[in-house]
Design a binder for this molecule. Structure first.
Ligand code: C2E
Ligand code: MG
Ligand code: MG
Ligand code: MG
Length: 281
């Protein structure tokens, strides 16, 4: 009844946007508390060389388990963290956790293990970003060789001057850079050519499309050729089946990541997984 009475005003207050804002605020409060109370953690999804199947490293992916035990997907909470500025401290936490895991992988005898860490625009733009990177490497005692940063294509196309400057600083630390979700932004090719990056990471959407239609496979082929033409290593994300693996390999893709090889997993599982991969047979 109250609802009926307030129908007029409810247009203002319970419009989709109003409800969303309240929900987002609640979620952000939960995220903040979750971060402070150590309910955020990092999982690792292995990456492999497509041809040999050899494991080359992993991508660090953030997880949030709420107090009630539910998982909130990063696609939901990362944007909130970005808008609120919380991403700066959360991002540093992911970076340092990933570096500690690199240290562990080095100790276990994987000198070339490559750990990929996703970076948000707000982090990338932050004046202390390079100092934060250097501090993490120094404190934890690893070098840039084992670290790769993933920036999205749209970020890479954002602010040319700044992006080129930050990329140069990252390279000076010996850290490599991948363009994530590549193909989704389809920005200027001349701009892409100017960027000093090492790897293109083909978005899952193209990997999926490549198998389902001729047009899809043509586009995947073009994206792979583009990366190869620029002298970059091309990695495909979201490979779920053996046919996909073979198709991408035939199209010239170098590396892959996806459920076919392994799901994102906890640190100790990653260590076991790596050990299994290197055993004969
Ligand atoms: P992304 O960087 O493109 O990460 C790849 C996503 O694809 C991950 O989702 C991964 O779990 C998922 N994936 C991998 N293989 C497969 C597959 O074979 N099939 C399917 N269906 N999915 C697969 P996740 O972990 O949910 O992360 C989503 C996005 O959230 C990431 O996309 C990234 O943009 C963001 N994200 C995650 N962790 C971080 C972080 O620490 N910092 C920042 N800034 N963003 C993060
Ligand atoms: Mg990524
Ligand atoms: Mg991606
Ligand atoms: Mg993605």
């Amino acid at each position: 009844q109250a609802k009926a009475q307030h129908r007029g005003s409810s247009q203002y207050f319970s419009s989709a946007m109003g409800t969303d804002a309240r929900e987002r605020f609640k979620l952000l409060k939960g995220l903040r508390a979750g971060f402070e109370e150590n309910r955020l953690f990092v999982v690792y999804q292995p990456q492999v060389e497509l041809e040999s199947g050899r494991s080359i490293g992993a991508e660090a992916l953030l997880r949030w388990r709420t107090e009630e035990g539910n998982f909130v997907p990063p696609d939901q909470f990362i944007p909130l963290a970005e808008k609120s500025g919380l991403i700066i401290s959360i991002g540093e936490f992911v970076l340092r956790t990933a570096c500690h895991q690199v240290k562990r992988m080095l100790e276990l005898g994987y000198p070339d293990f490559r750990m990929c860490v996703n970076v948000s625009l707000a982090q990338f733009r932050h004046p202390d970003f390079i100092a934060t990177l250097q501090r993490a490497l120094r404190d934890i005692g690893i070098n840039g060789h084992n670290l790769e940063l993933e920036i999205t294509e749209s970020m890479a196309m954002e602010d040319t001057e700044l992006v080129m400057h930050v990329l140069a600083e990252i390279k000076r630390c010996g850290i490599t850079v991948a363009i994530d979700d590549f193909g989704t932004g389809f920005s200027s090719l001349s701009h892409l050519r100017q960027l000093d990056v090492d790897r293109l990471k083909i978005d899952r959407a193209f990997v999926r499309e490549a198998q389902s239609s001729t047009a899809g496979s043509t586009i995947a082929q073009m994206v792979i050729n583009l990366g190869r033409g620029l002298g970059l290593t091309v990695i495909a994300e979201g490979i779920e089946g053996e046919e996909q693996r073979q198709q991408l390999l035939a199209l010239g893709c170098h590396e892959g990541q996806g459920y076919l090889f392994a799901r994102p997993m906890a640190a100790d599982q990653l260590e076991q997984w790596m050990e299994q991969q290197t055993q004969p047979g």
